[in-house]
Design a protein around this ligand. Sequence first.
Ligand code: S3P
Length: 172
Amino acid sequence: MNIVLIGFMGCGKSTVAEKLGEVLDREVVETDGLIELEQRKSIPEIFAQSGEASFREMERRLAERLSAREGLVISTGGGMVTVPETAALLKKNGIAVLLDTPFSDCYGRIAGDCNRPNARSRSRDELCELYLSRQPVYRSVADLTVDGSLSVSEIVGEIVRKVGCERESRAD
Ligand code: S3P
């Protein structure tokens, strides 16, 4: 089983993934980073040159490959699981963990970030609207939800504890 971290931009997925990988001695895959590496382009370049729909298709294809792998910690891009087929692929062999982080915390981390085209192009109100519109999607995809306003070690501890239980219940 993979552990798949989901949630809005700036919710803490990358930081938590890194620590979780250390604690569980698992390989960490950053979907954004891997797409950038393979395309030899930054996310803003991909959005500008090919459009968001192409980026979502790259995410879907990556999810297909990752679903065939085991024991990973996967840190997803914030819009990745909004495409139902991509979410289903990630969940085929993964437990989806939602980092439920208040908008104000996310906003503080993403405001004015040039590397996030979906944040850069929006005002605070527009980002809040996007955040609110995605919450039901994240919740419907999530197998587990963790309070993203806790400290990184607390979040990692919660995930390890809850995923342990989840594994047992899935193994029944
Ligand atoms: C996006 C989130 C980003 C990245 C891309 C689009 C989104 O990932 O995939 O800029 O639409 O929410 P982070 O969640 O790591 O910022």
